[in-house]
Design a protein around this ligand. Structure first.
Ligand code: ADP
Ligand code: MG
Length: 587
């Protein structure tokens, strides 16, 4: 059922060149197709990944000039140049991406403007590329004796590429790699904690967007049969961005919609504006600039989602019964000795010593409570253990291994999973997908497998594992809701399910019971006891003293970054320093 609108759209599209429509329309629709390719890349890069690029047209240039040079100067056939065009696009994106994705805030779009302009002038300065005159005499694409010369004939080729690219992009988003990419906007720390390599995820979308832009450039060169720098400059970069923004964050088909809106609007404006203003010029660019700013201010999610709201909602993924098993992380940490040993760990923020030479350890099959007043340094200790903050001094050993500083991902790989005091979920992803992010390290499918949907077996296992953890914590009925719709208490439980999806040996929970109702606290307490009996080590930060004292084996008490007491709940309760610093205040 849900495929019907799509198939209908394709049927209408396929019929257009067969109908007596003016050639001008065909050209316009072809241009929409070419722009859609670039915009699909931008939807992933900007809409999903949050990396704004004004320079995307330059990658079309790499694709177009590569085939222009190879076909006119070296006698290559157009099809033979396709891999080269895409490769050159990717090769250009790699160094640009390495520099660009490390920029943050406004520097990132500014960076893309800088290289967008620079590359435009570069294309116009190179002798081999014909300087600003460009290269002409590019041969048309041929397939089985048919030459794609007319607008009607290349129409099908362009749109076949658009459909294939859109499907590939959707596959990519709906995968293990895709969850990492979707976490780039607003969920980086959570993704990092579960082993997503953030820089790599950014580079992946950056290169994907560049390669599809290069594909657009390749098609453009053979449709136009001539190239010059004009369509690869900043003006087009702004138009492409506008298309992606209209299409909306994360909606692949929205890119096609956005491309259509912008190019049709451009046609209309180019006709009426010069008449209205009594002068010739690219006045539509001014309007596009204003439109872009307005969209970013008032309709960040784009216009496509508004249209989608009119359509019937689709049924969400159903998890198939899993066959086979995911690799676990349980054996990652050797079982002798404490699973975590915190040794003289220290963290200073400027002059403030948030954690002051703290030492304690947590063994397998033990729940240790880490308590202390607000600002005592408990959450900072979590960040130090999980590698999210660099140590100022001391060290953390996992299962007796003596190794230095590790990345959050490397620590997650050792079987260490955590929740956050300030919940870090991905509100737009479903509950199930949020939990599946926790199982990230238990899968291995990469970009190519995801694009081609060859990752389905593994993906089914990952989702089934997520489902299993949701059942375990009692959230299974909510699995298909956007995680942002859950109540705060449920979000905390969701974070626990996500941590469990890693199959951890060590579980670090930062105030998991805050915001839970009495019944939910009891269920959580029972779950933690069960995990302990399975041999897990749990480090628990919690303010609810009856919850902590009734559950834990030992308590570590911190105040002003320093350990002030350690022992069983009974011992700690009697400890004078604790009474003074902490419980005293409560009593
Ligand atoms: P707790 O979790 O025990 O309430 P935290 O670990 O969050 O305490 O904070 C310990 C101290 O470190 C507080 O004084 C807090 O203001 C400070 N702090 C925490 N993170 C930072 C940071 N990134 N920069 C500067 N100070 C920080
Ligand atoms: Mg805290």
């Amino acid at each position: 059922m849900r495929r019907i609108p799509g198939l209908l759209a394709i049927a209408v599209l396929a019929a257009i060149p067969l109908l007596p429509v003016p050639p001008f329309w065909i050209t316009l629709i072809n241009n929409i197709g070419l722009a859609s390719l670039v915009a699909i890349g931008l939807v992933l890069l900007t809409g999903v990944g949050g990396l704004t690029s004004f320079g995307q047209a330059a990658f079309c240039g790499f694709g177009a000039y590569t085939t222009a040079v190879l076909t006119t100067a070296y006698g290559f056939s157009p099809w033979a140049t396709l891999p080269f065009s895409l490769l050159v696009g990717a090769a250009a994106a790699l160094p640009l991406g390495l520099i660009t994705v490390r920029l943050s805030g406004h520097y990132l779009p500014l960076g893309t403007i800088a290289w967008g302009i620079a590359l435009y002038y570069l294309f116009g300065q190179i002798e081999m590329l014909g300087r600003f005159d460009g290269i002409s005499g590019i041969p048309p694409i041929e397939l089985a004796g048919h030459r794609f010369i007319s607008g009607q004939s290349i129409f099908y080729l362009i749109w076949a590429f658009v459909i294939a690219t859109a499907l590939g992009a959707r596959n990519l988003l709906d995968s293990r790699v895709g969850r990492g990419i979707r976490a780039l906007r607003g969920g980086r720390r959570a993704a990092e904690a579960f082993g997503v390599d953030i820089v790599r995820a950014k580079l992946t979308v950056f290169i994907f967007a560049a390669v599809v832009a290069a594909l657009s450039g390749w098609l453009y060169a053979h449709m136009q049969r001539t190239v010059n720098p004009t369509p690869f400059g900043l003006n087009m970069g702004i138009e492409y961005l506008l298309m992606a923004v209209i299409g909306g964050a994360g909606h692949v088909w929205g890119a096609v919609f956005g491309a259509a809106i912008v190019l049709i609007l451009k046609e209309i404006l180019q006709r009426i504006l010069p008449g209205l203003l009594g002068a010739t010029g690219n006045f539509e660019m001014i309007l596009f600039g204003m439109l872009l700013v307005a969209m970013l201010q008032f309709a960040r999610e784009g216009l496509w989602p508004l249209l989608l709201r009119l359509a019937p909602t689709r049924s969400r993924v159903q998890v198939a019964a899993s066959q086979g098993a995911l690799p676990g992380r349980r054996d990652a940490v050797p079982a002798q000795g404490p699973l975590i040993r915190v040794e003289k760990v220290r963290k200073a923020f400027g002059g403030l010593v948030a954690v002051n030479d703290l030492s304690f350890d947590v063994k397998a099959g033990e729940i240790v409570g880490l308590i202390g007043p607000n600002g005592a340094g408990k959450s900072t200790t979590f960040d130090l253990i999980t590698g999210m903050l660099a140590l100022t001094g001391g060290r953390v050993a996992f299962g007796g291994r003596k190794e230095g500083r590790r990345s959050p991902g490397a620590i997650a790989r050792l079987g260490v999973a955590r929740t956050f005091q300030h919940a870090k979920i991905l509100p737009d992803m479903t509950v199930l997908e949020n939990v599946a992010l926790g199982a990230n390290l238990r899968g291995s499918a990469g970009v190519v497998r995801s694009l081609l949907r060859l990752d389905r077996k593994e993906e089914t296992l990952l989702l089934a594992e997520a489902e299993r953890q949701l059942e375990r914590v009692g959230l299974a009925e909510h699995r298909n809701r956007p995680a942002g719709d859950l109540a705060l208490g449920q979000i905390r439980i969701l974070e626990i399910a996500r941590a469990l999806a890693l199959d951890p040996t060590v579980l670090l929970l930062d105030e998991p019971a805050a915001g839970l109702r009495h019944g939910e606290k009891q269920a959580l307490s029972a779950l933690l006891s069960r995990l302990r009996s399975e041999g897990m080590a749990v480090l628990l930060v919690e303010h609810d003293m009856s919850f902590v004292m009734g559950l834990v084996n030992r308590v570590v008490v911190m105040d002003f970054g320093t350990l002030i007491a350690e022992g069983t709940p009974a011992e700690v309760r009697r400890h004078p320093a604790v009474i003074a610093a902490y419980l005293g205040g409560v009593a």
